[in-house]
Write a protein that binds this ligand. Structure first.
Ligand SMILES: [Zn+2]
Length: 314
């Protein structure tokens, strides 16, 4: 409203008689008196003024509210901060329905490719609906958003330098020049197991996300999108994904994944353990069958070789 009255925000707050108040606090929740004051000054109804705040959000979601625009809509004025775009799981402008752009001007469909983005969009929408319900502390099923994010951001493998797929093509000389980059250990998180599409397109140095809720609150457009997709996938089938993550973990990461899963309901953890045990057994059976096949193959090869050899010397 401040630009409408040709004022800065702090001038506007002072004119309302609320000098010294942090606008972020006012946007979070207004007391009845503050609401009435603003209503009287602006001619809006007290209900309209209250509807501009985040009062319907639970306190756990407060850290999710951005103080300024996270991303930009090419059609919206820059100084306009929409309430609905303050939460990190919004990926397009609510008014113009065009994709948001990140700081470099890139959209998510640029990054993923249009086809891949289309496939992920449904998951992102369902994930956003789930997060909206969580933010309003509306009752949901078995799993709360922080518990899902704990698992998605768990470091399931030890940190390792960029692998061949993650490295740009480089000449030998360039490789020498960028030795530091090529040997920087990158955190490896379960998000890349649940959303392999993110693993493929995320720039390697900015692939790691912050732990837990901070991953969403402070993530980039790409990170927040991948997390929202991952949340929906886990909510759809928590047992399947927990097992996939555990199977992809190394010895060091397994303990951390187990720790992250500890906040999940016991009934869910029991189902995960039972199915993980079977999955692990099947996996080791598959591996030993493969090994046996390889041995048979090489044995056969050796036999042929020795026959040939004998044939030649005789
Ligand atoms: Zn817009």
């Amino acid at each position: 409203m401040a630009p409408f009255y040709a004022m800065t925000v702090s001038e506007f707050v002072a004119a309302l008689g609320l000098k010294g108040h942090d606008v972020f606090d006012l946007e979070w929740r207004l007391s009845e008196g503050q609401g009435a004051l603003i209503a009287a000054w602006t001619g809006l109804s007290p209900e309209t003024v209250q509807a501009m705040t985040f009062r319907e959000l639970g306190s756990a979601a407060r850290m999710m509210i951005a103080r300024k625009n996270r991303h930009t809509c090419p059609l919206c004025p820059e100084e306009l901060h929409r309430k609905s775009a303050a939460l990190p799981w919004r990926f397009s402008c609510p008014v113009h329905a065009v994709e948001f752009r990140d700081a470099t001007g890139e959209t998510l469909s640029d990054r993923f490719g249009a086809d891949c983005f289309k496939k992920l969009e449904g998951h992102a929408e369902a994930g956003a609906a789930y997060l909206d319900a969580w933010a309003r502390s509306a009752g949901q099923g078995d799993l709360e958003a922080p518990e899902v994010l704990q698992v998605l951001t768990a470091r399931h493998r030890r940190a390792s330098p960029p692998n061949v797929d993650e490295q740009p093509r480089m000449s030998l000389q360039t490789r020498r020049d960028y030795h530091d980059f090529l040997t920087t250990p990158i955190l490896r998180q379960a998000l890349t197991v649940v959303v392999p599409e993110y693993d493929q397109v995320a720039p390697v140095l900015t692939k790691p996300v912050r732990p837990g809720l901070h991953a969403l609150a402070q993530g980039s457009l790409l990170q927040a999108f991948a997390l929202t997709v991952g949340i929906d996938r886990i909510i759809e089938d928590p047992v399947k994904w927990a097992i996939s993550i555990k199977l992809m973990s190394d010895a060091e990461g397994q303990g951390r994944v187990r720790e992250a899963l500890r906040s999940w309901p016991l009934s869910l953890r029991r189902r995960i353990s039972a199915r993980f045990w079977r999955a692990e057994r099947d996996e080791s059976a598959r591996q030993s069958a493969e090994k046996a096949a390889r041995q048979r193959q090489s044995h056969k090869y050796r036999t042929i070789q020795s026959h040939k050899y004998r044939y030649r010397i005789s």
